[in-house]
Design a protein around this ligand. Structure first.
Ligand code: FAD
Length: 420
């Protein structure tokens, strides 16, 4: 095992999705020693169905840069890619290209290795990276996104991976061509996957606990009236006062009682899918609503789901594969690369970390953004739109902390490569 560089760095950012890249870009704007680890935009390339379109509008899909000229709109304009703030869905392909370009421009020193382990070491942290190289960091920012937090129904646990998967594992659905597949869930991930499965010719059944599949309404193209702006203000999370609160007052959200905060996080926006998938999915898939999954078991090389409806009657559904599009929930216990003692030291409510106003966990020097921060800062943190708030607030705080803590190292910004 090799310790890389004998002195510690100021900040290690773990994760190179929209939040990690935004945090690194903003911190990197000041002269501090920072390293960032992770495969850029990996969730978007590997855990989302190819061909997907973003649910967030173009104007709500920006990464946060320290300088102007880094918006998705400008990226599209420079490349002649058709773009509209609200009226044209952004393709996954365009968003990934934008994110990778952002990384090259603002975070060229990204190291595409995974962080395997983080533990306390003196006043800071010891990280094990890639094949076992280690380094010391004064502060660690967790920007590890959603995939660690997959929610799997207990009825499906223990079944073979060849028969059961989570939607996060289904980036490419070609392997399901011509097969009989059930999707559990009624949210955007479920509907996106259903559309992709229909495209590859899979026989697709959506099994939803909800009583109906809900779709967003198609944009009308008209300008909002004064009255509609008041009754239904537009926000990056869509129109409405609740979203207005979520987007503009994340610090107030932090002050709400624990149970209320988590209830809002669970319920806000609910399962709602893109309007342009309605016809394809409702005509191309079998849709079973108001169904409770009682149990699941093997039936030869198939899987048999026992479903109970609201009237109590039971039915069986036999398929070749089940995909749980059952979402993500930020339980700190799921971050196995954090040392067990570190996980246990993080204050939480029902397993969801509670953060300071500057995104710091109860372990001094350990910060969290994105979904890991959503229990404290609310639904905004579940979306790219929250990256700017998190990145600016966190980078300003770290800059101030650096001023007051003389022990922090004022090293070079561009790190040396990992030596093995
Ligand atoms: C199907 C689907 C569709 C979505 N559509 C939208 C949308 O349209 N608009 C929107 O705003 N949001 C959408 N989201 C939510 C979206 O995932 C988040 O907004 C966004 O990814 C948050 O960025 P992030 O950087 O926190 O997380 P991520 O994008 O998940 O990035 C986290 C990164 O951390 C890396 N990482 C994790 N662990 C480690 C480790 N130990 N070491 C190194 N690197 C690590 C991962 O590889 C990944 O690259 C969608 C989510 C799903 C599942």
């Amino acid at each position: 095992m090799t310790v890389v560089g004998q002195s510690s760095i100021d900040v290690a950012v773990i994760g190179a999705g929209p939040y990690g890249l935004s945090v690194a870009a903003n911190i990197g704007a000041s002269d501090r020693s920072i390293r960032i680890f992770g495969r850029p935009l990996q969730t978007w390339t590997d855990a989302m169905p190819a061909g997907m379109k973003l649910k967030s509008d173009g104007f709500a899909s920006n990464l946060s840069a320290p300088a102007p000229g880094a918006s998705l709109a400008e990226f599209c304009r420079d490349r002649g890619i058709p773009y509209h703030d609200t009226e044209r869905p952004v393709s996954l392909e365009t968003f990934v290209a934008y994110g990778l370009e952002f990384q090259r421009r603002f975070v060229p020193y990204l190291e595409t290795a995974d962080v395997q382990h983080v533990e306390r070491s003196g006043d800071g942290f010891r990280l094990t990276v890639g094949e076992g190289q280690t380094l010391l960091a004064r502060c660690v920012v967790l920007a590890v996104g959603v995939t660690h937090f997959r929610v799997m129904p207990k009825q499906l646990m223990g079944l073979p991976a060849s028969l059961v998967s989570h939607s996060a594992d289904c980036g490419r659905v070609d392997r399901f061509a011509g097969r009989n597949v059930a999707i559990l869930g009624a949210g955007a991930s479920a509907i996106d996957l259903a559309a992709a499965l229909i495209d590859v010719g899979a026989t697709t059944t959506i099994v939803a606990r909800a009583g109906s599949i809900r779709f967003n309404s198609e944009p009308t193209g008209g300008r909002p009236t004064l009255l509609s702006r008041f009754t239904n203000p537009g926000t990056p999370l869509g129109p409405g006062w609740r979203s207005h609160f979520a987007c503009n007052m994340p610090q107030m959200y932090r002050q709400l009682p624990d149970r209320l905060r988590l209830a809002i996080l669970r319920r806000h926006l609910g399962p709602r899918s893109a309007w342009y998938l309605r016809d394809k999915v409702l005509s191309g898939a079998n849709v079973l609503v108001a169904q409770h999954l009682e149990e699941a078991g093997l039936a030869g090389d198939h899987i048999c789901l026992k479903l109970r409806d609201e009237s109590g009657s039971l039915k069986s559904l036999e398929v070749e594969h089940v995909i749980a599009a059952t979402g993500y929930w930020p339980q700190i216990e799921r971050l196995h690369f954090l040392d067990r003692r570190l996980r246990q030291a993080i204050r939480h409510s029902a397993g969801v970390p509670i953060l300071s106003q500057y995104f710091e966990t109860s372990v001094a020097g350990l910060y969290a953004t994105g979904l890991t921060a959503a229990g404290s800062f609310g639904p905004l943190m579940r979306f790219v739109a929250g990256a700017d708030y998190a990145a600016r607030r966190l980078s300003r705080h770290l800059e101030k902390a650096r001023g007051s803590r003389h022990a922090l190292v004022a090293g070079a910004r561009v790190p040396q490569a990992i030596r093995s």
